[in-house]
Design a protein around this ligand. Structure first.
Ligand code: ATP
Length: 212
């Protein structure tokens, strides 16, 4: 199902971020969002996942229990190993079932090139490796919608290119609707099917480009 944003209004105090904002986001495609700092890109992601509530208007087509979020920093639990961090995705399921998921976890660790470090703790990994874990975690969770807020911005260029390539490989095998926010035009164009350029607040879509 596409995501349909209708007549969205959101303000913080006297700052109007969205004012009668309308947008349709394509299902199982990667939509990139570019825009000035402070425009409201993260606010849009937060509205999509329910961390923020709109003042009025609607966002349709999102199942609130079926969302993964990849942030700029990986947000792993430091007192848990990498494998335990990934097992958390399945928490609430029975032991037997979560044991069953170990196969999926091992397969995903292999896909992101981390099969030898499953028993390490996050602080024993480099920043790039930790961000790989965050990507693995996002795909392990059976989400329909994946929200990404500058997930590659802290990485050097070589690592970023490698990680974006790995991301696309995993996405090709397991297509989800992705909203990808970044300041970096090249990185956005490398990953996205469609790129939206936001104005400063109140947000308008200045440009819509189909990349592939
Ligand atoms: N919880 C909040 N309370 C008050 N103001 C907020 C809150 N969240 C965001 N804002 C304000 O809303 C505006 C939009 O913020 P947002 O983080 O969505 O921008 P952004 O486009 O993601 O910026 P950046 O690219 O710098 O991350 C900013 O002016 C910010 O200060």
């Amino acid at each position: 199902m596409s995501i349909v944003i209708k007549n969205l209004k959101k303000s913080y105090g006297d700052q109007i971020i969205f004012d009668d904002f309308n947008l349709v986001l394509q299902e199982k495609k990667i939509t990139g969002i570019l825009g000035p700092s402070g425009a409201g890109k993260t606010t849009l992601l937060n509205l999509c996942c329910g961390l923020e509530k709109p003042d009025s208007g609607t966002i349709e087509g999102i199942n609130p229990t079926s969302i993964s979020y990849i942030f700029q920093e990986p947000r792993l639990l430091p007192w848990r190993t990498i494998r335990e961090n990934l097992r958390f995705v399945f928490k609430g399921q029975s032991i037997k079932k979560s044991g069953f998921h170990d196969k999926e976890i091992d397969e995903m660790l292999r896909m992101v090139g981390l099969d030898t470090v499953g028993d390490y703790y996050p602080q024993e990994l480099s920043g790039g490796m930790r961000q790989r874990v965050a990507i693995a975690r996002a795909f392990l969770y059976p989400s329909e919608l994946l929200l990404m807020d500058e997930p590659f911005s802290s990485l050097d260029l070589t690592l970023k290119n490698k990680l974006m390539g790995d991301f696309l490989k995993i996405w090709e095998q397991d297509k989800r609707t992705v909203i990808f926010v970044s300041h970096n035009q090249e990185e956005i164009k490398q990953l996205s099917h469609e790129v939206l350029t936001f104005s400063d607040k109140p947000v308008r879509v200045l440009k819509k480009e189909t990349i592939y």
